[in-house]
Design a protein around this ligand. Structure first.
Ligand SMILES: *Cc1c(COP(=O)(O)O)cnc(C)c1O
Length: 384
């Protein structure tokens, strides 16, 4: 039946590796949405907003589906420059550049600017895309304890660096749902003349008076070198914007390999993002309601003796510990109609497997109540 053949030695090795994954309780499986959404990053419900959908559909009829080339060849369109301008204004920066994924944006940002004599100081819980970007760069990487500003200060002064120092952090951590003290980090970077890179993946659309993210919320715009902002989470579409000054962004166009050697995103997504930005700015009640719902769920979980990790955000990490127990709890909740997912190493540190629960506007308060109570009983029943 199969026309393709895996050489016998390789086939044996793949099977052995898969067994190792099974034995460690780390087998990953694909599972389409089913039940009440407590796991997507569509925090504001924009992925199904009719206005965003029709902006996308309308643009598709005019622009077509594919961009047909790299931005530097025939793949460029006026709608990309327009949405980049809109995003820069949203972020209050001089310029921005749109990438097809946040992953590609982070690979680019971490590998383009840092050179051989430079040092990148990185939070130990930074996202895999930031870590891989650092791996591609020639700079040395120094890891500081999670959100620990004192540790960062210590390392910034003790680590030898002949070149430029960079500090990279998420502004809302994707698996713990906590936020670092961005003001203190920005102040420290200023003292040390370090360039601060902030990954706003889970904060953009949710934080800040205009919804532009945690940088706005903390008022640290002038202390940040670059921010990376995914459009596939609260903005409900896809891709990511790197925002910063004109030279820095122009340098990305010259050097970022994931930008240069990749087909530009489908042009209609630019129209959809434009519409999503308009909604985010124009409807602040969405983020207020989201944040109230998140606090409500946190309080309910406390009541049912299954608290989330400390924080106030829409991302709640509920640590179970063991890999298998975590997946059993997740499966039982799925059976009861809740789409919650377990997260295991290497996404999170060993021994801290957890449910990563995220709140979005479509979940009713009654559902949150039922979820907290069912989670409490499932954990008691399964002794997890
Ligand atoms: C999701 C995520 C990314 C990657 O963004 P994509 O657009 O999904 O590729 C980068 N950083 C963080 C912190 C994320 O959570």
């Amino acid at each position: 039946m199969a026309d393709f053949t895996t050489p016998a030695r390789l086939s044996g090795r793949i099977e052995a590796r898969l067994r190792e994954i099974d034995d460690a309780g780390l087998r990953r499986t694909l599972r389409p949405p089913h039940g009440i959404d407590l796991s997507s990053n569509d925090y504001l419900g924009l992925a199904r907003d009719p206005r965003v959908c029709s902006a996308l559909a309308g643009a598709a009829m005019i622009e077509g589906t594919g961009s047909t080339g790299s931005r530097l060849l025939r793949g460029d369109r006026h709608c990309f420059a327009a949405v980049e301008l809109a995003f820069a204004q949203f972020k209050k920066t001089a310029s921005s550049l749109y990438f097809s994924t946040g992953w590609a944006a982070n690979l680019s940002v971490l590998s383009v600017y840092a050179e051989a004599d430079d040092v990148i100081f990185s939070d130990e819980k930074n996202h895999a895309s930031l870590i891989d970007g650092m791996r591609l760069s020639r700079a040395r990487r120094v890891v500081y304890r999670h959100a620990d500003v004192d540790h960062l200060r210590e390392l910034l002064s003790s680590e030898r660096c002949k070149g430029q120092k960079f500090v990279v952090t998420e502004s809302l951590f994707s698996m713990d749902g906590d936020a670092p003290d961005l003001e203190a980090i920005a102040a420290l970077c200023r003292e040390e003349d370090a360039a601060l890179i902030v990954d706003e993946a889970h904060a953009v659309g949710v934080y800040g008076a205009r919804g532009s993210g945690m940088i706005e919320e903390c008022g640290v715009e002038s202390g940040v070198f670059l921010s990376v902002n995914t459009a596939g989470k609260a903005l409900g579409v896809a891709g990511a914007f790197v925002a910063g000054d004109v030279h820095a962004i122009d340098y990305l166009v010259q050097r970022a390999r994931p930008f240069i050697f990749s087909t530009a995103p489908p042009p209609p997504v630019a129209a959809a993002i434009d519409e999503a930005l308009r909604i985010v700015e124009g409807e602040p009640a969405r983020r207020a309601t989201l944040r109230a719902k998140a606090l409500r769920l946190r309080a309910l979980l406390d009541e049912h003796a299954t608290p989330a990790l400390p924080g106030t955000s829409q991302i709640l990490g509920i640590v179970i510990g063991e890999n298998e127990a975590t997946m059993r709890v997740a499966e039982e909740l799925q059976r009861r109609g809740f789409d919650v997912r377990g997260v295991r190493p290497p996404t999170v540190p060993p021994g801290t497997s957890r449910l990563r629960v995220s709140v979005n506007l479509a979940v009713s308060d009654a559902d949150l109540e039922r979820f907290a109570s069912e989670l409490g009983s499932v954990r008691r029943e399964l002794n997890a």
